[in-house]
Ligand binder design. Structure first.
Ligand code: NIG
Ligand code: FE
Length: 409
């Protein structure tokens, strides 16, 4: 029997920020998008729409509405148990993030809550968070482990992340972050913990649970030597690496990551000129996390002018996690990237589309062009700069993911 392919769709009369190279925003004033399967069969101005379109195409008239690529949140820790509202209160009474971490709170308290939570509890909590992000046009999400810190609990958290990608209309990329914090049972034995975490990677990979490997290289995290060992193991398995680098101090982590061809280095408030040069040479993306900067009340800014000057691509992400960025709005991060970090609205937008795709090693998205994925959002705005300018609003009207409309007007 011949099974007919589902009819394609044609979205007409869009004001399109495509992020194709050539013109600012990749702007196409009166654009059409023809979708077949999950792919953009053709994108361009209405005036050059192919004459011979197949019969049965389902047409949508966007009546001049703004369309952008689906948003990509390239750095989250979405799967965890409990919350850290009490720690927030402690910080307001005078304790610092580092004080709390050193006293056994911080990441470790989330580890206790995560280990105690069932798979279903973790899944339902993470699915709720993912849905909130998706309501704002997010169609691709990276999720790190790092709150399990045993072989079984790390695998469980990665499996929950994978399940989100199967059960929600969302692409989920998973990152193994066993080197996030030293679990209590390894106190004083960080090198032994790294040895153990290295042995878990092959199994995670064989089970299809991991797309990349990350570490937290800092005074309250792991040393560059320990990070290097994790990276060597990841690279030996053919897994790409990324790094929480120079968040609270300059450890030279970014240069180390760049030497391993890292997809991205993230945070970067304390990044040095040598780190910037190494990232530029390796083509590593700088993922800036204004939510953590804001919530930890940091005062040292990431070196945006120098990154710009060196041609390092910049991405923006929520860093959603219970300790340093309990934020579920990527649009708010656009605004904060502009207000705090002085990115232009177009740079901020590139940071949640084309450069975010690059930070995840996904060349098929982040831009709306013929042959790429049909992931896009339709907005109640005339121009994407308005979405970086306002904050606390609800402008997302429709979302198409892999060619299917998942949020309707
Ligand atoms: O990206 N810096 C390390 N990890 C997280 C914070 C995790 C936590 O506090 O629970 C971050 O900011
Ligand atoms: Fe993080």
């Amino acid at each position: 029997m011949n099974i007919a392919a589902p009819p394609g769709t044609l979205w007409r009369h869009a004001r399109l920020a495509s992020f194709q190279p050539g013109v600012p925003w990749g702007w196409i004033e009166n654009a059409a998008l023809w979708i077949e399967g999950g792919t953009l069969r053709w994108v361009g101005p209405e005036s050059s729409l192919p004459r011979e379109l197949p019969p049965g195409l389902q047409e949508h008239d966007l009546q001049g509405a703004l369309v952008t690529p689906g948003l990509i949140d390239a750095h989250t820790h979405l799967v965890y148990g409990g919350d850290r509202a009490a720690e927030f209160e402690q910080r307001l009474l005078g304790a610092s993030y580092e004080d709390i971490a050193r006293a056994g709170g911080g990441i470790r308290s989330t580890v206790v809550a995560t280990r105690a939570a069932s798979d279903e509890t973790l899944f339902l909590a993470a699915a709720g968070r993912a849905s909130t992000l998706m309501d704002e046009g997010v169609t691709t999400l990276e999720i790190k482990s790092g709150y399990g810190l045993t072989q079984g609990d790390e695998a469980r958290c990665l499996a929950v992340a994978r399940r989100l990608g199967r059960e929600l209309p969302l692409t989920v990329r998973t990152t193994s972050l066993a080197a996030h914090a030293l679990p209590p049972e390894y106190t004083g034995r960080a090198d032994d913990y790294i040895d153990a975490a290295i042995t878990w990677l092959a199994g995670q990979q064989a089970a299809g649970l991991v797309d990349a490997v990350d570490a937290f290289c800092d005074t309250i995290g792991f040393t560059t030597a320990q990070t290097e060992r994790i990276f060597q193991a990841a690279r030996a398995l053919g897994l790409p690496v990324k790094l929480h680098a120079e968040q609270l101090s300059d450890q030279g982590g970014a240069a180390l990551a760049a030497r391993h061809g890292a997809l991205s280095c993230d945070h970067l408030e304390h990044l040095s000129p040598a780190g910037i040069a190494a990232m530029a040479q390796a083509g590593t993306v700088a993922v800036l996390l204004p939510g953590a900067y804001y919530f930890l009340r940091e005062t040292k800014l990431p070196p945006v002018p120098a990154l710009r000057e060196a041609g390092v691509p910049m991405a923006i992400a929520t860093d959603h996690n219970p300790g340093s960025s309990p934020c579920l709005s990527l649009l708010l991060m656009l605004n904060m990237a502009c207000t705090f970090f002085r990115l232009t609205p177009e740079e901020a937008w590139r940071g949640v589309t084309v450069n975010a795709a690059r930070a995840l090693g996904l060349p098929d998205r982040g831009v709306l062009a013929t042959g790429l994925r049909a992931d896009f959002a339709v907005w109640d705005a005339e121009h994407p700069r308005e979405l970086a300018y306002r904050f606390g609003h609800r402008p997302c009207r429709r979302v198409v993911q892999a060619g299917r409309e998942i949020i309707h007007p």
